[in-house]
Design a protein around this ligand. Structure first.
Ligand SMILES: O=C(O)C1CCN(c2ccc(-c3cc(CO)ccc3Cl)cn2)CC1
Length: 324
């Protein structure tokens, strides 16, 4: 059995927060944010948690694909900002969309989460035991950010997106993958740490806000992402010239320019929407993919070759070569 991408969708909170609005909240300015990150606005939840953003994105996928929630055989949510430890956000999405009591689980690989989830979902479809699966990436980054820390508060946004995978006897959308982690550098981006405190040991509760060593993450991305993109293309005997578009995690526009330079390709090969959404972690790739399919830049069935690539906390990084 082969796995095919059969649709996409997304949902972002209606509240748009501009750089000018952030200038009034903290010591930052529009010029710095735009020139250092490429971000102009971001969508910030006014109370909708991750499961609701993902649920609304899932309903968008189902409506566009013309299938019922009752036809879904599994739900995977990639998130580093779950509603809570239990129930999983995926279980809450199962309830939200009215799916049958099917397999539903979360994957936490930070900004590479959607790549990890898509890889897992492909294998589930290939097993022949599942016909349709929803693969979602969703975040409410605004709930883990220290809004007094200008070095991180201006970077992130909230949102959700995803794809519908379906079983096909003849066609696969997946041509290759290259997926990694390196826990030895995990301290470069942390959030929500929980320390052992019980009747035997007292541990102070350190800040559980998102903390990032921007320089080290930047350097890691510039070193590891071009290599991953080259590896995934070579793994399917394709060439960089055959790639129509690179849909990369929207972390920072200067990162995309640096990766393009290392690959010796024009930065225009990289689709981008960071200006509007900021860094939405595991949601950034599916939100951008849905935007490209919705505006006709990409068309399912066109046979175009696309590279999806995520990178971030863990550290994690991963690329997939897909054919639409
Ligand atoms: O001073 C400056 O220019 C600052 C320098 C620091 N910056 C950074 C640094 C790292 C990231 C980032 C984050 C993730 C997590 O999703 C993944 C991948 C990356 Cl590369 C984003 N921005 C902003 C501008």
């Amino acid at each position: 059995m082969k796995a095919k991408i059969m649709g996409a969708g997304s949902y972002t909170p209606s509240k748009k927060v501009s750089n000018a609005m952030l200038e009034k909240m903290m010591d930052t300015n529009d010029e710095w944010i735009r020139t250092r990150t490429g971000i102009k606005t971001r969508h910030i939840s006014e109370g909708e948690n991750t499961s609701v953003l993902c649920g609304k994105a899932a309903l968008d996928i189902l409506e566009k694909a013309g299938i019922s929630a009752k036809e879904i055989d599994f739900i995977i949510v990639a998130t580093m900002t779950p509603d809570g430890l239990s129930p999983s956000t995926a279980c809450l999405v199962q309830d939200y969309i009215g799916a049958n009591p099917v397999m539903a689980f979360d994957v936490n690989a930070a900004c590479s989460g959607f790549i990890y989830a898509l890889s897992i979902a492909e294998k589930l479809i290939q097993s022949g035991s599942f016909n349709y699966g929803l693969v979602l990436g969703g975040e409410v980054m605004s709930k883990i950010i220290d809004w007094q820390d200008r070095s991180t508060a201006v970077l992130f946004g909230d949102g959700a997106g995803g794809v519908l995978l379906g079983a096909s006897e003849t066609e696969s959308s997946f041509l290759g993958e290259d997926i990694h982690s390196d826990g030895s550098r995990g301290e470069s981006l942390t959030a929500g740490s929980r320390f052992v405190s019980n009747f035997q040991i007292e541990n102070e509760m350190k800040d559980s806000y998102l903390q990032m060593d921007g320089r080290s993450i930047f350097d890691f991305a510039i070193r590891s992402v071009p290599e991953s993109i080259r590896t995934v293309i070579a793994s399917s005997n394709s060439t960089l010239e055959e790639i129509d578009c690179i849909v990369a995690h929207q972390a920072n526009y200067r990162i995309l320019k640096a990766i393009a330079k290392k690959l010796k390709i024009p930065v225009e090969k990289f689709a981008t929407n960071i200006a509007e959404y900021g860094n939405t972690s595991a949601a950034s790739i599916p939100i951008l993919l849905d935007e490209l399919l919705t505006n006709g830049d990409l068309i399912l069935g066109s046979k175009k070759k696309i590279v999806l690539t995520g990178f971030g906390g863990g550290l994690t990084w991963g690329s997939m070569l897909i054919q639409l």
